[in-house]
Write a new protein. Sequence first.
Lengths: 306, 295
Amino acid sequence: MIKKLNLVLLGLALLAPLAVYPVFLMKILCFALFACAFNLLLGFAGLLSFGHAVFLGTGGYITGFLMLNYSITPEIGIIAGMACSALLGLIYGKLAVRREGIYFAMITLALAQLAFFFFLQAPFTGGEDGLQGVPRGALFGLIDLNDNLTMYYFVLAVFIAGFWMIHRTVHSPFGQILKAIRENEPRAISLGYKVEQYKLLAFVLSATLAGLAGSTKALVFQLASLNDVHWFMSGEVVLMTLLGGMGTIWGPVLGAGTVVGMQNLLASGPLSNYIHVVMGVVFVVCVLAFRNGIVGELQKLIKKNF
Amino acid sequence: MATFLGINLFALSGQLLIGLINGSFYALLALGLAIIFGLLKIINFSQGALYMLGAFAAWIGLEYLQIGYWWSLLLVPIVVGAFGILMERFLIRPIANEDHLYSLLLTFGIALVLQGLFTHWFGSSGLPYAIPDELKGGTKLPFMYLPNYRAWIIVFSLIICTGTWYLIEKTKLGAYLRAGTENPQLMQAFGINVPLIVTLTYGFGVALAGVAGVLAAPVYSVSPEMGSNILIVVFAIVVIGGMGSIGGAILTGLAMGVVEGLTKYFYPEASNTVIFLVMVLVILLRPAGLFGKPA
Protein backbone atom coordinates (compact mmCIF):
# COMPACT_ATOMS: atom_id res chain seq x y z
CA MET A 1 0.00 0.00 0.00
CA ILE A 2 2.79 2.37 0.86
CA LYS A 3 4.67 1.53 -2.31
CA LYS A 4 1.66 2.54 -4.40
CA LEU A 5 1.50 5.89 -2.62
CA ASN A 6 5.16 6.43 -3.43
CA LEU A 7 4.54 5.70 -7.10
CA VAL A 8 1.62 8.11 -7.19
CA LEU A 9 3.74 10.83 -5.61
CA LEU A 10 6.56 10.14 -8.04
CA GLY A 11 4.15 10.43 -10.92
CA LEU A 12 2.83 13.72 -9.60
CA ALA A 13 6.34 15.00 -9.11
CA LEU A 14 7.32 14.09 -12.64
CA LEU A 15 4.29 15.84 -14.10
CA ALA A 16 4.24 18.82 -11.75
CA PRO A 17 6.40 21.22 -13.77
CA LEU A 18 3.81 21.19 -16.50
CA ALA A 19 1.36 22.90 -14.18
CA VAL A 20 3.52 24.80 -11.71
CA TYR A 21 6.49 27.10 -12.31
CA PRO A 22 9.57 24.80 -12.14
CA VAL A 23 11.77 27.20 -10.15
CA PHE A 24 9.12 27.39 -7.44
CA LEU A 25 9.00 23.59 -7.31
CA MET A 26 12.79 23.42 -7.16
CA LYS A 27 12.79 25.87 -4.27
CA ILE A 28 10.35 23.65 -2.41
CA LEU A 29 12.45 20.55 -3.14
CA CYS A 30 15.67 22.16 -1.87
CA PHE A 31 14.05 23.39 1.32
CA ALA A 32 12.26 20.06 1.74
CA LEU A 33 15.60 18.26 1.60
CA PHE A 34 17.04 20.76 4.07
CA ALA A 35 14.09 20.25 6.41
CA CYS A 36 14.29 16.46 6.10
CA ALA A 37 17.99 16.59 6.95
CA PHE A 38 17.19 18.79 9.92
CA ASN A 39 14.40 16.48 11.00
CA LEU A 40 16.86 13.59 11.08
CA LEU A 41 18.52 15.42 13.92
CA LEU A 42 15.48 16.92 15.63
CA GLY A 43 12.72 14.42 15.08
CA PHE A 44 14.71 11.22 15.24
CA ALA A 45 17.68 11.99 17.44
CA GLY A 46 15.89 14.60 19.52
CA LEU A 47 18.60 17.24 19.09
CA LEU A 48 17.49 20.79 18.33
CA SER A 49 20.26 22.44 16.35
CA PHE A 50 19.60 26.14 16.09
CA GLY A 51 22.41 26.81 13.65
CA HIS A 52 21.65 24.40 10.85
CA ALA A 53 21.60 27.15 8.27
CA VAL A 54 25.39 27.14 8.39
CA PHE A 55 25.46 23.81 6.54
CA LEU A 56 23.01 25.02 3.95
CA GLY A 57 25.12 28.09 3.40
CA THR A 58 28.47 26.27 3.37
CA GLY A 59 27.26 23.91 0.68
CA GLY A 60 25.96 26.84 -1.32
CA TYR A 61 29.07 29.00 -0.99
CA ILE A 62 31.56 26.25 -1.74
CA THR A 63 29.63 25.03 -4.76
CA GLY A 64 29.02 28.56 -5.94
CA PHE A 65 32.65 29.55 -5.56
CA LEU A 66 33.95 26.47 -7.35
CA MET A 67 31.44 26.73 -10.20
CA LEU A 68 32.25 30.43 -10.68
CA ASN A 69 36.01 30.15 -10.64
CA TYR A 70 36.78 26.71 -12.00
CA SER A 71 35.24 25.01 -14.98
CA ILE A 72 33.89 21.95 -13.28
CA THR A 73 30.70 20.07 -13.85
CA PRO A 74 27.82 20.61 -11.42
CA GLU A 75 27.94 17.16 -9.85
CA ILE A 76 31.56 17.73 -8.82
CA GLY A 77 30.59 21.12 -7.44
CA ILE A 78 27.77 19.60 -5.44
CA ILE A 79 29.95 16.80 -4.10
CA ALA A 80 32.56 19.34 -3.06
CA GLY A 81 29.94 21.42 -1.31
CA MET A 82 28.60 18.35 0.46
CA ALA A 83 32.09 17.32 1.52
CA CYS A 84 32.77 20.72 3.07
CA SER A 85 29.47 20.66 4.91
CA ALA A 86 30.25 17.17 6.15
CA LEU A 87 33.64 18.29 7.44
CA LEU A 88 32.13 21.32 9.15
CA GLY A 89 29.44 19.04 10.56
CA LEU A 90 32.11 16.79 12.00
CA ILE A 91 33.93 19.68 13.70
CA TYR A 92 30.80 21.40 14.95
CA GLY A 93 29.25 18.10 15.93
CA LYS A 94 32.23 17.08 18.03
CA LEU A 95 31.93 20.36 19.92
CA ALA A 96 28.19 20.34 20.30
CA VAL A 97 27.27 16.76 21.27
CA ARG A 98 29.12 17.10 24.54
CA ARG A 99 26.10 18.93 25.85
CA GLU A 100 22.41 18.38 25.45
CA GLY A 101 19.08 20.12 25.29
CA ILE A 102 19.23 23.89 25.43
CA TYR A 103 23.03 23.95 25.71
CA PHE A 104 23.29 21.96 22.51
CA ALA A 105 21.01 24.45 20.79
CA MET A 106 22.99 27.41 22.08
CA ILE A 107 26.34 25.93 21.08
CA THR A 108 25.13 25.23 17.57
CA LEU A 109 23.76 28.76 17.40
CA ALA A 110 27.03 30.31 18.53
CA LEU A 111 29.07 28.16 16.15
CA ALA A 112 26.75 29.15 13.35
CA GLN A 113 27.30 32.81 14.22
CA LEU A 114 31.06 32.27 14.02
CA ALA A 115 30.59 30.83 10.56
CA PHE A 116 28.28 33.70 9.62
CA PHE A 117 30.94 36.27 10.45
CA PHE A 118 33.53 34.25 8.60
CA PHE A 119 31.37 34.24 5.49
CA LEU A 120 30.69 37.94 5.97
CA GLN A 121 34.39 38.83 6.11
CA ALA A 122 35.93 36.29 3.77
CA PRO A 123 36.78 37.86 0.43
CA PHE A 124 35.74 34.87 -1.64
CA THR A 125 32.11 35.09 -0.60
CA GLY A 126 31.55 38.62 -1.83
CA GLY A 127 30.27 39.67 1.59
CA GLU A 128 26.88 41.35 1.49
CA ASP A 129 26.57 40.91 -2.27
CA GLY A 130 27.05 37.19 -2.19
CA LEU A 131 28.13 35.07 -5.10
CA GLN A 132 26.10 36.00 -8.15
CA GLY A 133 25.74 34.46 -11.54
CA VAL A 134 26.80 30.98 -10.49
CA PRO A 135 26.79 28.92 -13.70
CA ARG A 136 24.73 25.78 -13.69
CA GLY A 137 27.07 24.02 -16.07
CA ALA A 138 26.43 20.77 -17.86
CA LEU A 139 25.67 17.65 -15.86
CA PHE A 140 28.37 15.04 -16.46
CA GLY A 141 29.55 17.39 -19.18
CA LEU A 142 26.61 16.30 -21.33
CA ILE A 143 23.26 17.63 -20.12
CA ASP A 144 22.90 21.39 -20.09
CA LEU A 145 21.19 22.46 -16.90
CA ASN A 146 20.32 25.98 -17.95
CA ASP A 147 16.89 24.86 -19.04
CA ASN A 148 14.61 25.04 -16.02
CA LEU A 149 12.77 21.86 -16.91
CA THR A 150 15.97 19.80 -17.17
CA MET A 151 17.22 21.35 -13.96
CA TYR A 152 13.97 20.42 -12.27
CA TYR A 153 14.38 16.73 -13.04
CA PHE A 154 17.96 16.87 -11.82
CA VAL A 155 16.88 18.51 -8.56
CA LEU A 156 14.09 15.96 -8.22
CA ALA A 157 16.63 13.16 -8.61
CA VAL A 158 18.88 14.78 -5.99
CA PHE A 159 15.93 15.16 -3.64
CA ILE A 160 14.87 11.55 -4.10
CA ALA A 161 18.43 10.39 -3.45
CA GLY A 162 18.69 12.45 -0.26
CA PHE A 163 15.23 11.45 0.88
CA TRP A 164 15.96 7.78 0.26
CA MET A 165 19.17 8.16 2.27
CA ILE A 166 17.21 9.54 5.21
CA HIS A 167 14.54 6.88 4.86
CA ARG A 168 17.14 4.11 4.94
CA THR A 169 18.88 5.70 7.91
CA VAL A 170 15.71 6.01 9.93
CA HIS A 171 14.55 2.48 9.19
CA SER A 172 17.85 0.89 10.08
CA PRO A 173 19.18 -0.38 13.40
CA PHE A 174 21.15 2.86 13.60
CA GLY A 175 17.92 4.80 13.30
CA GLN A 176 16.28 2.72 15.99
CA ILE A 177 19.15 3.42 18.36
CA LEU A 178 18.80 7.12 17.62
CA LYS A 179 15.15 6.93 18.56
CA ALA A 180 16.10 5.07 21.72
CA ILE A 181 18.54 7.83 22.59
CA ARG A 182 15.86 10.42 21.97
CA GLU A 183 13.34 8.67 24.16
CA ASN A 184 15.52 7.73 27.10
CA GLU A 185 19.18 8.55 26.90
CA PRO A 186 20.24 7.19 30.29
CA ARG A 187 18.71 3.84 29.43
CA ALA A 188 20.53 3.76 26.11
CA ILE A 189 23.78 4.45 27.92
CA SER A 190 23.05 1.76 30.44
CA LEU A 191 22.54 -0.68 27.59
CA GLY A 192 26.08 0.04 26.51
CA TYR A 193 25.59 2.28 23.49
CA LYS A 194 28.21 4.96 22.98
CA VAL A 195 25.60 7.65 22.77
CA GLU A 196 27.91 10.49 21.77
CA GLN A 197 29.16 8.63 18.74
CA TYR A 198 25.63 7.97 17.52
CA LYS A 199 24.67 11.59 18.00
CA LEU A 200 27.80 12.71 16.19
CA LEU A 201 27.10 10.43 13.25
CA ALA A 202 23.52 11.67 13.04
CA PHE A 203 24.82 15.24 13.16
CA VAL A 204 27.31 14.66 10.36
CA LEU A 205 24.68 12.94 8.19
CA SER A 206 22.27 15.76 8.79
CA ALA A 207 24.94 18.34 7.98
CA THR A 208 25.96 16.55 4.79
CA LEU A 209 22.43 16.37 3.46
CA ALA A 210 21.80 19.98 4.43
CA GLY A 211 24.94 20.81 2.47
CA LEU A 212 23.55 18.87 -0.47
CA ALA A 213 20.40 20.95 -0.28
CA GLY A 214 22.44 24.14 -0.11
CA SER A 215 24.66 23.21 -3.03
CA THR A 216 21.68 22.34 -5.18
CA LYS A 217 19.90 25.52 -4.16
CA ALA A 218 22.91 27.61 -5.16
CA LEU A 219 22.77 26.06 -8.62
CA VAL A 220 19.01 26.51 -8.94
CA PHE A 221 19.06 30.20 -8.08
CA GLN A 222 22.61 30.75 -9.35
CA LEU A 223 23.21 32.70 -6.15
CA ALA A 224 24.83 32.11 -2.76
CA SER A 225 24.17 34.79 -0.19
CA LEU A 226 24.46 35.60 3.50
CA ASN A 227 20.74 34.91 3.91
CA ASP A 228 21.54 31.21 3.76
CA VAL A 229 23.82 31.35 6.82
CA HIS A 230 21.83 33.82 8.86
CA TRP A 231 20.24 32.48 12.04
CA PHE A 232 16.89 33.48 10.69
CA MET A 233 17.22 30.71 8.14
CA SER A 234 17.91 28.30 11.00
CA GLY A 235 14.67 29.43 12.58
CA GLU A 236 12.82 28.94 9.29
CA VAL A 237 13.87 25.32 8.99
CA VAL A 238 12.75 24.67 12.57
CA LEU A 239 9.39 26.14 11.64
CA MET A 240 9.13 23.96 8.55
CA THR A 241 9.89 20.83 10.53
CA LEU A 242 7.61 21.75 13.40
CA LEU A 243 4.76 22.71 11.11
CA GLY A 244 5.08 19.60 9.00
CA GLY A 245 5.54 17.21 11.86
CA MET A 246 8.71 16.35 13.75
CA GLY A 247 9.74 12.74 13.74
CA THR A 248 7.73 11.89 10.65
CA ILE A 249 9.27 11.13 7.27
CA TRP A 250 6.97 13.26 5.14
CA GLY A 251 6.37 15.99 7.68
CA PRO A 252 9.30 18.24 6.78
CA VAL A 253 8.47 17.97 3.07
CA LEU A 254 4.94 19.20 3.71
CA GLY A 255 6.21 21.80 6.12
CA ALA A 256 8.72 23.13 3.61
CA GLY A 257 6.08 23.22 0.91
CA THR A 258 3.67 25.07 3.17
CA VAL A 259 6.18 27.65 4.36
CA VAL A 260 7.64 28.33 0.92
CA GLY A 261 4.17 28.47 -0.56
CA MET A 262 3.00 30.78 2.21
CA GLN A 263 5.96 33.10 1.67
CA ASN A 264 5.22 33.17 -2.04
CA LEU A 265 1.56 33.87 -1.48
CA LEU A 266 2.18 36.63 1.02
CA ALA A 267 4.93 38.28 -1.00
CA SER A 268 2.60 39.28 -3.79
CA GLY A 269 -0.44 40.13 -1.73
CA PRO A 270 -1.44 42.95 0.61
CA LEU A 271 0.23 41.23 3.56
CA SER A 272 3.72 41.41 2.05
CA ASN A 273 5.08 43.43 4.96
CA TYR A 274 3.72 40.97 7.41
CA ILE A 275 5.68 37.89 6.37
CA HIS A 276 7.66 37.76 9.61
CA VAL A 277 4.56 38.42 11.65
CA VAL A 278 2.66 35.62 9.94
CA MET A 279 5.59 33.25 10.41
CA GLY A 280 5.77 34.19 14.06
CA VAL A 281 2.05 33.64 14.54
CA VAL A 282 2.27 30.25 12.82
CA PHE A 283 5.15 29.36 15.14
CA VAL A 284 3.17 30.35 18.22
CA VAL A 285 0.02 28.54 17.10
CA CYS A 286 2.01 25.43 16.22
CA VAL A 287 3.71 25.24 19.58
CA LEU A 288 0.54 25.92 21.52
CA ALA A 289 -1.97 23.80 19.68
CA PHE A 290 -0.37 21.92 16.84
CA ARG A 291 2.74 20.30 18.21
CA ASN A 292 2.48 17.17 16.11
CA GLY A 293 2.43 19.15 12.91
CA ILE A 294 0.36 18.50 9.83
CA VAL A 295 1.49 14.94 9.25
CA GLY A 296 1.40 14.11 12.94
CA GLU A 297 -2.17 15.32 13.32
CA LEU A 298 -3.18 13.49 10.14
CA GLN A 299 -1.66 10.28 11.48
CA LYS A 300 -3.55 10.72 14.74
CA LEU A 301 -6.74 11.35 12.83
CA ILE A 302 -6.30 8.26 10.69
CA LYS A 303 -5.50 6.12 13.71
CA LYS A 304 -8.54 7.35 15.59
CA ASN A 305 -11.06 6.96 12.80
CA PHE A 306 -9.82 4.04 10.78
CA MET B 1 49.02 61.71 22.53
CA ALA B 2 49.89 59.30 25.31
CA THR B 3 51.31 55.99 24.23
CA PHE B 4 52.51 53.15 26.35
CA LEU B 5 54.16 50.12 24.79
CA GLY B 6 52.87 51.35 21.44
CA ILE B 7 49.25 51.38 22.63
CA ASN B 8 47.40 54.61 22.15
CA LEU B 9 45.96 55.13 25.63
CA PHE B 10 43.25 57.54 24.54
CA ALA B 11 41.89 55.15 21.93
CA LEU B 12 42.23 52.15 24.23
CA SER B 13 40.45 53.80 27.13
CA GLY B 14 37.77 55.02 24.77
CA GLN B 15 37.17 51.48 23.58
CA LEU B 16 37.25 50.16 27.14
CA LEU B 17 34.58 52.67 28.09
CA ILE B 18 32.41 51.63 25.17
CA GLY B 19 33.09 48.05 26.20
CA LEU B 20 31.89 48.75 29.75
CA ILE B 21 28.77 50.39 28.39
CA ASN B 22 27.98 47.51 26.06
CA GLY B 23 28.81 45.22 28.96
CA SER B 24 26.25 46.99 31.13
CA PHE B 25 23.56 46.28 28.56
CA TYR B 26 24.73 42.71 28.18
CA ALA B 27 24.64 42.33 31.96
CA LEU B 28 21.09 43.71 32.27
CA LEU B 29 19.75 41.53 29.49
CA ALA B 30 21.70 38.47 30.58
CA LEU B 31 20.41 38.99 34.12
CA GLY B 32 16.82 38.88 32.89
CA LEU B 33 17.53 35.79 30.82
CA ALA B 34 19.34 34.07 33.66
CA ILE B 35 16.47 34.74 36.05
CA ILE B 36 13.92 33.46 33.59
CA PHE B 37 15.91 30.41 32.62
CA GLY B 38 17.64 29.64 35.88
CA LEU B 39 14.54 29.93 37.99
CA LEU B 40 11.65 29.29 35.64
CA LYS B 41 13.39 27.00 33.14
CA ILE B 42 11.87 29.04 30.32
CA ILE B 43 14.16 29.85 27.42
CA ASN B 44 13.07 33.36 26.60
CA PHE B 45 14.06 34.01 23.03
CA SER B 46 11.91 37.15 23.03
CA GLN B 47 14.18 38.97 25.51
CA GLY B 48 15.72 40.95 22.65
CA ALA B 49 12.36 41.87 21.19
CA LEU B 50 11.16 43.04 24.61
CA TYR B 51 14.30 45.16 24.96
CA MET B 52 13.35 46.69 21.62
CA LEU B 53 9.81 47.12 22.91
CA GLY B 54 11.14 49.04 25.90
CA ALA B 55 13.15 51.36 23.70
CA PHE B 56 10.18 51.97 21.42
CA ALA B 57 7.88 52.53 24.38
CA ALA B 58 10.23 55.24 25.59
CA TRP B 59 10.38 56.76 22.10
CA ILE B 60 6.61 56.67 21.65
CA GLY B 61 6.20 58.12 25.14
CA LEU B 62 8.41 61.04 24.25
CA GLU B 63 7.06 61.56 20.74
CA TYR B 64 3.34 61.27 21.30
CA LEU B 65 2.68 61.51 25.01
CA GLN B 66 5.36 63.98 26.08
CA ILE B 67 6.55 61.50 28.69
CA GLY B 68 10.11 62.45 29.53
CA TYR B 69 13.10 60.17 30.04
CA TRP B 70 12.89 59.96 33.82
CA TRP B 71 9.21 59.03 33.82
CA SER B 72 9.91 56.49 31.06
CA LEU B 73 12.59 54.89 33.18
CA LEU B 74 9.90 54.19 35.75
CA LEU B 75 6.86 53.51 33.56
CA VAL B 76 8.30 51.56 30.65
CA PRO B 77 9.51 48.59 32.73
CA ILE B 78 6.04 48.41 34.24
CA VAL B 79 4.42 48.44 30.80
CA VAL B 80 6.84 45.89 29.37
CA GLY B 81 6.58 43.80 32.52
CA ALA B 82 2.79 43.80 32.23
CA PHE B 83 3.10 42.67 28.63
CA GLY B 84 5.42 39.93 29.79
CA ILE B 85 2.96 38.85 32.46
CA LEU B 86 0.22 38.53 29.85
CA MET B 87 2.61 36.57 27.62
CA GLU B 88 3.47 34.20 30.41
CA ARG B 89 -0.07 33.67 31.63
CA PHE B 90 -1.67 32.98 28.27
CA LEU B 91 1.08 31.73 26.00
CA ILE B 92 3.88 30.21 28.02
CA ARG B 93 2.05 28.63 30.93
CA PRO B 94 0.14 26.16 28.69
CA ILE B 95 3.39 24.60 27.58
CA ALA B 96 5.20 24.90 30.90
CA ASN B 97 5.21 21.13 31.40
CA GLU B 98 6.45 20.28 27.93
CA ASP B 99 10.02 20.01 26.72
CA HIS B 100 11.89 23.26 27.42
CA LEU B 101 12.71 23.62 23.78
CA TYR B 102 9.07 24.44 23.05
CA SER B 103 9.40 27.58 25.13
CA LEU B 104 12.36 28.50 22.93
CA LEU B 105 10.27 28.08 19.81
CA LEU B 106 7.26 29.87 21.25
CA THR B 107 9.23 32.89 22.40
CA PHE B 108 11.09 32.88 19.09
CA GLY B 109 7.74 33.12 17.35
CA ILE B 110 6.69 35.98 19.64
CA ALA B 111 9.94 37.77 18.88
CA LEU B 112 9.28 37.38 15.15
CA VAL B 113 5.81 38.83 15.55
CA LEU B 114 7.02 41.80 17.58
CA GLN B 115 9.92 42.54 15.27
CA GLY B 116 7.74 42.20 12.19
CA LEU B 117 5.05 44.51 13.56
CA PHE B 118 7.49 47.20 14.59
CA THR B 119 9.35 46.99 11.30
CA HIS B 120 6.07 47.47 9.52
CA TRP B 121 5.00 50.39 11.72
CA PHE B 122 8.29 52.20 12.05
CA GLY B 123 10.55 51.03 9.23
CA SER B 124 13.93 49.45 9.79
CA SER B 125 16.12 52.52 10.02
CA GLY B 126 16.74 53.81 13.50
CA LEU B 127 14.82 56.57 15.22
CA PRO B 128 16.63 59.15 17.34
CA TYR B 129 16.04 59.69 21.02
CA ALA B 130 17.53 62.70 22.77
CA ILE B 131 19.74 62.43 25.82
CA PRO B 132 17.92 64.04 28.75
CA ASP B 133 19.21 67.52 29.57
CA GLU B 134 20.39 66.61 33.06
CA LEU B 135 22.79 64.06 31.65
CA LYS B 136 24.20 65.99 28.72
CA GLY B 137 27.83 66.96 28.58
CA GLY B 138 30.73 65.18 30.14
CA THR B 139 33.87 65.38 32.23
CA LYS B 140 37.40 65.43 31.00
CA LEU B 141 39.54 62.77 32.63
CA PRO B 142 43.31 62.44 32.19
CA PHE B 143 43.09 59.72 29.56
CA MET B 144 39.69 60.25 28.05
CA TYR B 145 36.53 62.28 27.85
CA LEU B 146 33.72 60.68 29.83
CA PRO B 147 30.21 61.64 28.62
CA ASN B 148 27.83 61.93 31.55
CA TYR B 149 25.15 59.76 29.99
CA ARG B 150 27.58 56.91 29.45
CA ALA B 151 28.65 57.11 33.08
CA TRP B 152 24.97 57.09 34.07
CA ILE B 153 24.39 53.89 32.08
CA ILE B 154 27.17 52.09 33.89
CA VAL B 155 26.12 53.34 37.32
CA PHE B 156 22.41 52.69 36.83
CA SER B 157 22.80 49.18 35.48
CA LEU B 158 25.23 48.31 38.28
CA ILE B 159 22.63 49.49 40.79
CA ILE B 160 19.87 47.47 39.15
CA CYS B 161 22.03 44.37 38.77
CA THR B 162 23.36 44.36 42.32
CA GLY B 163 19.92 45.17 43.66
CA THR B 164 18.36 42.30 41.79
CA TRP B 165 21.13 39.92 42.79
CA TYR B 166 20.70 40.94 46.42
CA LEU B 167 16.94 40.54 46.19
CA ILE B 168 17.17 37.02 44.81
CA GLU B 169 20.09 35.67 46.77
CA LYS B 170 19.80 37.39 50.12
CA THR B 171 16.20 38.24 50.93
CA LYS B 172 13.25 36.18 52.09
CA LEU B 173 11.29 36.96 48.92
CA GLY B 174 14.19 35.68 46.88
CA ALA B 175 14.32 32.56 49.01
CA TYR B 176 10.61 31.92 48.35
CA LEU B 177 11.29 32.38 44.65
CA ARG B 178 14.22 30.01 44.58
CA ALA B 179 12.40 27.43 46.65
CA GLY B 180 9.23 27.75 44.63
CA THR B 181 11.02 27.03 41.41
CA GLU B 182 13.08 24.22 42.82
CA ASN B 183 10.17 22.34 44.33
CA PRO B 184 6.82 23.88 43.40
CA GLN B 185 4.63 21.19 44.93
CA LEU B 186 6.19 21.50 48.35
CA MET B 187 5.95 25.26 48.27
CA GLN B 188 2.31 25.09 47.28
CA ALA B 189 1.73 22.69 50.15
CA PHE B 190 3.02 25.44 52.40
CA GLY B 191 0.32 27.70 51.03
CA ILE B 192 2.39 29.84 48.71
CA ASN B 193 0.87 30.72 45.34
CA VAL B 194 3.64 29.38 43.13
CA PRO B 195 2.05 30.13 39.71
CA LEU B 196 1.69 33.75 40.80
CA ILE B 197 5.34 33.88 41.77
CA VAL B 198 6.32 32.38 38.42
CA THR B 199 4.25 34.92 36.51
CA LEU B 200 5.60 37.85 38.52
CA THR B 201 9.17 36.64 38.15
CA TYR B 202 8.77 36.40 34.42
CA GLY B 203 7.33 39.90 34.41
CA PHE B 204 10.33 41.10 36.40
CA GLY B 205 12.84 39.44 34.08
CA VAL B 206 11.09 41.03 31.13
CA ALA B 207 10.91 44.41 32.88
CA LEU B 208 14.71 44.26 33.15
CA ALA B 209 14.83 44.02 29.37
CA GLY B 210 12.44 46.95 29.15
CA VAL B 211 14.55 49.17 31.39
CA ALA B 212 17.61 48.23 29.34
CA GLY B 213 15.70 49.40 26.31
CA VAL B 214 14.95 52.81 27.84
CA LEU B 215 18.58 53.12 28.87
CA ALA B 216 19.67 52.24 25.36
CA ALA B 217 17.37 54.62 23.51
CA PRO B 218 19.58 57.74 23.67
CA VAL B 219 22.78 55.78 22.93
CA TYR B 220 21.79 53.36 20.20
CA SER B 221 19.22 54.41 17.64
CA VAL B 222 15.80 52.94 18.31
CA SER B 223 15.23 50.37 15.58
CA PRO B 224 13.21 47.15 15.34
CA GLU B 225 16.38 45.18 14.70
CA MET B 226 18.16 46.23 17.88
CA GLY B 227 16.80 43.25 19.75
CA SER B 228 17.80 40.48 17.40
CA ASN B 229 21.27 41.97 16.94
CA ILE B 230 22.00 41.78 20.64
CA LEU B 231 20.06 38.66 21.59
CA ILE B 232 22.44 36.04 20.27
CA VAL B 233 25.35 37.69 22.05
CA VAL B 234 23.37 37.80 25.29
CA PHE B 235 22.56 34.09 25.02
CA ALA B 236 26.23 33.36 24.49
CA ILE B 237 26.96 35.37 27.63
CA VAL B 238 24.44 33.43 29.68
CA VAL B 239 25.98 30.17 28.46
CA ILE B 240 29.48 31.44 29.33
CA GLY B 241 28.39 32.61 32.74
CA GLY B 242 26.49 29.46 33.55
CA MET B 243 22.82 29.24 32.79
CA GLY B 244 21.50 29.16 36.30
CA SER B 245 23.83 31.70 37.83
CA ILE B 246 22.47 35.20 38.46
CA GLY B 247 25.75 36.69 39.62
CA GLY B 248 27.56 34.87 36.83
CA ALA B 249 25.37 36.50 34.20
CA ILE B 250 26.10 39.99 35.51
CA LEU B 251 29.85 39.52 35.81
CA THR B 252 30.16 37.75 32.48
CA GLY B 253 28.11 40.43 30.76
CA LEU B 254 30.42 43.17 31.97
CA ALA B 255 33.53 41.10 31.30
CA MET B 256 32.48 40.22 27.76
CA GLY B 257 31.69 43.84 27.03
CA VAL B 258 35.23 44.75 28.04
CA VAL B 259 36.69 41.84 26.06
CA GLU B 260 34.75 43.01 23.02
CA GLY B 261 36.03 46.55 23.53
CA LEU B 262 39.64 45.37 23.78
CA THR B 263 39.23 43.25 20.65
CA LYS B 264 37.85 46.23 18.81
CA TYR B 265 41.06 48.08 19.56
CA PHE B 266 43.48 45.36 18.59
CA TYR B 267 41.64 43.49 15.84
CA PRO B 268 38.36 45.19 14.94
CA GLU B 269 37.02 42.62 12.50
CA ALA B 270 36.94 39.95 15.19
CA SER B 271 35.05 42.04 17.73
CA ASN B 272 31.72 40.50 16.75
CA THR B 273 32.98 36.95 16.95
CA VAL B 274 35.24 37.00 20.00
CA ILE B 275 32.36 36.37 22.41
CA PHE B 276 31.37 33.24 20.48
CA LEU B 277 34.98 32.07 20.51
CA VAL B 278 35.05 32.51 24.28
CA MET B 279 31.82 30.54 24.46
CA VAL B 280 33.29 27.65 22.49
CA LEU B 281 36.36 27.66 24.75
CA VAL B 282 34.25 27.70 27.91
CA ILE B 283 32.11 24.85 26.63
CA LEU B 284 35.18 22.78 25.89
CA LEU B 285 36.99 23.48 29.12
CA ARG B 286 34.23 24.14 31.66
CA PRO B 287 30.89 22.99 30.23
CA ALA B 288 28.75 24.25 33.09
CA GLY B 289 29.89 27.81 32.48
CA LEU B 290 32.27 29.94 34.48
CA PHE B 291 29.95 30.30 37.46
CA GLY B 292 27.50 27.51 36.84
CA LYS B 293 26.96 24.38 38.85
CA PRO B 294 27.89 21.21 36.94
CA ALA B 295 24.78 19.21 36.09
